[in-house]
Ligand binder design. Structure first.
Ligand code: ADP
Ligand code: ASP
Ligand code: MG
Length: 477
């Protein structure tokens, strides 16, 4: 374990403009002054990935002017940010480099528009520009500020399979590359800056790890280099008792277990990518979630063991845009192999299932990807009656201390008795309780649950003092 090495990941909002990048530099300086060496992983500037995806899809439809207009706006934003951030000859050089990258992006978009077809492979190449550009700019900014910043093209280290759009990393190859290419830079006192989210196949074809994948890159880098800690810097004070956008009085959770955090991430808490935890768990590297706009805050520490908590839940997550598929067949009665036949169809189309419930003659399943649903339903229709219902959402309450509490389900469902619940799951994982409702009911359901389960929070686990201070502030105003 390299105890003094810390992998610091800054999300899109933490590099959204020159001011944010400036804050990022100050945070890294703080770590270096405390004797740490840092490897930095950055996302694309806020919203850039969405815009690149929009440009790629416009080009794929043959809308060349539309695609180029988006790219032109992105060019301006990056060039202007560079001008606010960097000065002198270094700026001139950087602007030439950025222009070159944007010329290459324009060429690529023209090519896609000419063919009128966007493949997943080309889509990955287009979106990779976001992290390639942000890492270049942040590295320059660090270097100018005496932090010895140096950009490392993440595609030289993050080796993946060729599952474009959601490539799987090959950890042994990644570790080898990191030790060969990044470790010597650290030993030389440099601060390597890598773009998150992007990688490449062993043959050098660009891939991406899936949306929100920069967290995953940070964990892979931390795991590969046996770092002492991984820090995920974002725009909230840590993992909160629920999404503060839904519930402004959400509390910071001081410590949470790997298992709880993984469950939350998987069931929709965007603050962490679900795959982030794994490389860290395997090597027992502590992960912190911290606020780049409020760097003094202690954040959330994710650890192997959960702290004992008086309340059953640590946090509530919600995931929208789900579809319920009801598979009904009288033939299912007593017939073995039927479930397998149904699941095989989902497997064939590589469609992940979130929740399952079965009765004598029917199976209800939920999925979050709509892409292959028409083919899946057509194939299932050969063995059963199939019904689909979209615009559903999953609400999930997570906490290791569910185990010690009786009558939890009763409390949960009486808190949301006014909401129509479609499916319920408890027991699949001992530490979560989840149910499906209509998308439009999510905010209301989460607020009601939050009010019941976090009315009297345990001070050892939740940052109650911050909420009290907030209440005092509001009552003074
Ligand atoms: P980044 O760009 O830094 O990766 P994200 O937007 O991906 O940031 O994730 C941070 C956001 O996650 C927060 O602004 C918040 O709205 C949302 N979020 C959802 N659930 C939670 C939760 N339980 N705790 C904290 N943030 C949450
Ligand atoms: N930029 C990518 C996204 O928006 C990856 C990330 O930010 O984690 O999904
Ligand atoms: Mg994120």
């Amino acid at each position: 374990m390299r105890d003094s090495l810390v992998v610091m990941k800054f999300g899109g909002t933490s590099v959204e403009d020159a001011k944010a990048m400036e804050r990022t530099a100050a945070i890294v300086r703080g770590r270096r002054e405390r004797g740490k060496s840092a490897v930095v992983v950055v996302s694309a500037m806020a919203k850039v990935t969405d815009q690149l995806l929009a440009a790629a899809s416009a080009a794929g439809r043959g809308d060349r002017p539309g695609a180029l207009a988006i790219a032109a706006r992105l060019r301006n934003r990056h060039i202007e940010t560079a001008a606010d951030l960097i000065s002198g000859e270094r700026l001139a050089k950087l602007q030439i480099a950025l222009d070159r990258e944007f010329d290459a992006l324009d060429d690529l978009l023209r090519g896609i528009a000419a063919v009128g077809e966007l493949t997943p492979r080309t889509n990955d190449l287009v979106v990779s520009f976001g992290e390639r550009l942000s890492s270049r700019m942040v590295a320059e900014a660090f270097d100018q500020r005496g932090l010895n910043g140096i950009q490392v093209d993440a595609r030289t280290c993050i080796i993946t399979d060729s599952h474009y759009g959601k490539a799987a990393p090959i950890e042994s190859a990644i570790e080898q590359k990191l030790l060969a290419l990044v470790l010597p830079l650290i030993e030389d006192g440099k601060t390597p800056v890598l773009g998150g989210f992007i990688g490449s196949t062993a043959e050098g074809i660009t891939t991406t790890l899936g949306r929100g994948g920069s967290d995953y890159t940070a964990a892979l880098v931390g795991g590969g280099l046996h770092a002492g800690a991984i820090e995920i810097w974002t725009d909230v004070n840590g993992i909160m008792t629920t999404d503060p956008r839904i519930c402004p009085d959400a509390l910071r959770v001081k410590t949470i277990s790997f298992e709880e955090a993984a469950e939350l991430a998987y069931f929709g808490a965007k603050v962490l990518h679900p795959a982030t935890i794994l490389p860290a768990v395997q090597k027992s590297i502590p992960v912190w979630v911290l606020n780049s706009r409020n760097a003094e805050n202690e954040g959330t520490k994710i650890t192997a063991m959960a702290a004992k908590c008086a309340s059953p839940f640590k946090s509530i997550a919600a995931k929208k845009k789900l579809t319920i598929i009801d598979v009904v067949a009288s033939r299912m009665l007593m017939s073995h192999g039927y479930l397998k036949a149904v699941f095989d169809v989902f497997d064939k189309y590589e469609c992940a299932i979130d929740m399952v419930s079965t009765s004598e003659v029917s199976i209800s399943l939920t999925v979050d990807s709509n892409q292959r649903l028409p083919e899946i339903c057509a194939e299932l229709s050969k063995i059963a009656d199939v019904k689909m219902e979209g615009h559903k959402a999953l609400v999930c309450l997570v906490g290791e201390d569910i185990r010690g509490h009786n009558g939890i389900a009763g409390q949960v469902f009486s808190a949301i008795s006014h909401v129509n619940v479609r499916m319920i799951s408890q027991g699949a994982s001992e530490i979560n309780m989840s149910f499906m409702i209509d998308e439009e009911d999510v905010e209301e359901a989460v607020r009601s649950l939050h009010a019941v389960f976090f009315a009297d929070p345990d001070e050892n686990v939740f940052d109650v003092a911050a909420r009290d201070a907030q209440v005092q502030l509001v009552s003074k105003v």
